[in-house]
Ligand binder design. Structure first.
Ligand code: A2P
Length: 294
């Protein structure tokens, strides 16, 4: 199939395929990155309360001059806010200086205390129920809700009781972490995948991988374009390349069509070069049901 430029959520809303990722984008840099991206064709920005840059992302959005209704904005409920999501939502809206979110995600199914310990006395499923309540009561504030870092095992538990099927599952996805099981599970249920760390995050070996560089040479693009385009070439996928560098932000928006054989070759990389840029064990809840993290 030709690469997509947008996908449709289970709410009927349209989500642009490529968004600017801002994990690790620091205040002082992220304002400009967001402004520059929105002034140069991006219409989708992803942030999180946990990235501690929502205020600056909001400033970048304002500085771009792009009307709010012409972009798709995602933020995430921090692990440390799972006991009080309503308050956390208001704080995110205020920092981002917006009246609504296009998408609000539970960042991890891993409640944590303020001092960063696993909060084993709180159930993330109760957090999801509270997010559903907020979504159903405040359609003017929340256009869609979803999850992030959810494995099949955690989805099985969620979907048994969910009143709202998550619109999106945002997970680490790249050729060294293809996560076929949860991708297939979500696709069968109309849940859109969003790929974070599509390049493999900082200093990624994927940018030098010989399969990636070979395909990049064939199409006369950078390795990053191949890695980003991989997701745009799949149904129901969106992708969040992160950069704070002007030329890279411009470059990363260029999507190419890949052949099924090239997609297969990229997927084979995982057989010999598996890695995660962000292992779920940092949360204190082990592997969170991901088969490669057991
Ligand atoms: P920077 O933000 O300094 O430009 P990911 O999207 O997988 O999280 O990867 C982000 C990392 O990749 C950052 O270190 C970012 O650097 C770098 N990066 C972003 N775009 C490119 C590109 N086109 N070529 C090489 N590195 C890139």
């Amino acid at each position: 199939m030709p690469a997509t430029t947008s996908v449709k959520l289970n709410t009927g809303a349209v989500m642009p395929t490529v968004g600017l990722g801002t994990w690790k984008s620091k205040p002082g840099q992220v304002e400009h990155a967001v402004e520059f991206a929105l002034k140069n064709g991006y219409k989708h920005i992803d942030t999180a309360a946990g990235y501690q840059n929502e205020t600056e992302v909001g400033q970048g959005i304002k500085a771009s001059g792009l009307p709010r209704d012409q972009m798709f904005l995602t933020t995430k409920l921090d692990n440390t806010d799972q006991r009080h999501p309503a308050k956390a939502l208001e704080a995110s809206l205020k920092k981002l200086d917006t009246t609504y979110l296009d998408l609000w995600l539970m960042h991890w199914p891993a409640p944590m205390t303020k001092d960063g310990q696993a909060d084993k006395g709180h159930d993330w499923l109760d957090t999801w129920k509270a997010m559903e309540d907020l979504y159903l009561a405040h359609p003017e504030k929340l256009k869609a809700i979803g999850v992030s870092n959810f494995s099949v095992e955690y989805f099985e538990r969620l979907l048994k009781v969910a009143r709202v099927v998550p619109a999106v599952n945002q997970i680490e996805l790249h050729p060294s972490c293809p996560q076929d099981d949860v991708v297939e599970y979500c696709q069968n249920r109309g849940i859109v995948m969003t790929a974070y760390s599509p390049l493999g995050s900082d200093n990624s070996p994927l940018l030098k991988n010989e399969t990636v560089t070979k395909i990049a040479a064939k199409y006369d693009v950078q390795p990053a374009n191949v890695l980003i385009s991989l997701h745009a070439n799949k149904p129901m996928h969106t992708v969040l390349p992160k950069s704070v560098t002007n030329e890279r932000i411009l470059n990363n928006a260029k999507i190419i069509d890949l052949t099924p054989e090239e997609i297969g070759e990229l997927h084979d990389i995982d057989k010999t070069h598996h890695f995660r840029a962000c292992h779920p064990s940092w949360t204190g809840f082990g592997g969170l049901g991901f088969p490669d993290c057991k």
